[in-house]
Design a protein around this ligand. Sequence first.
Ligand code: NAD
Length: 183
Amino acid sequence: MIRGLFVGRFQPFHLGHLYVVKKLLEKVGELIIAIGSAQYSHTFKDPFNAGERIWMIRSALDAELDPRKYYVIPIPDVNDNRIWVAHVESYTPPFQIVFSNNSLVKVLFQEAGYDIEPSPLYKRELYCGTDIRKKIIGNEKWEHLVPENVAKIIKEIGGDKRLRGIIKKDYVYDAAEIDSNNI
Ligand code: NAD
């Protein structure tokens, strides 16, 4: 049985992520969904904490997939890329293949001797975490871009208000500025 690793921040888990997880589970017997940057929350880049992200992912997947097929494991970042792969391994069961489109993730796992495969992209122009967060802040429609249960959870935890609150009240909303400041 081959076990694969799929790393992301999932801020939030959207329909593109859901598509990928289903596709990857056609290729491997089990999939580890590793939630990176697990120690962060309440920033524009990482608004939801690790437990909230686990809840969102499980709620989206349990509706469609056998929960014995996947693990959702939070992994805090470390301030040293050289030891990150060993750090990931210390949180997970063994895996044989890594799926990623993130160039740093690919280089680090390649250097550690893992097989790497790109993960398929699904309507990236539509399903993109940064754009979804910007839509939430801008009071635009975003609910159709995430699984139904994820939209419910974001509302239940006041995630939409949290994101708008992170951007200061006297701040003139400017998506380009948010990007460049990485708020
Ligand atoms: P992300 O949530 O932005 O993306 C996760 C995956 O989803 C990516 O492979 C991306 O290609 C895919 N995806 C996005 N939109 C998609 C769509 N529409 N259709 C299909 N797939 C789509 O996460 P990320 O930022 O790439 O996550 C990498 C994590 O690894 C981060 O948390 C980073 O901090 C961590 N990391 C940490 C270290 C360290 O601590 N030293 C080093 C490297 C990486």
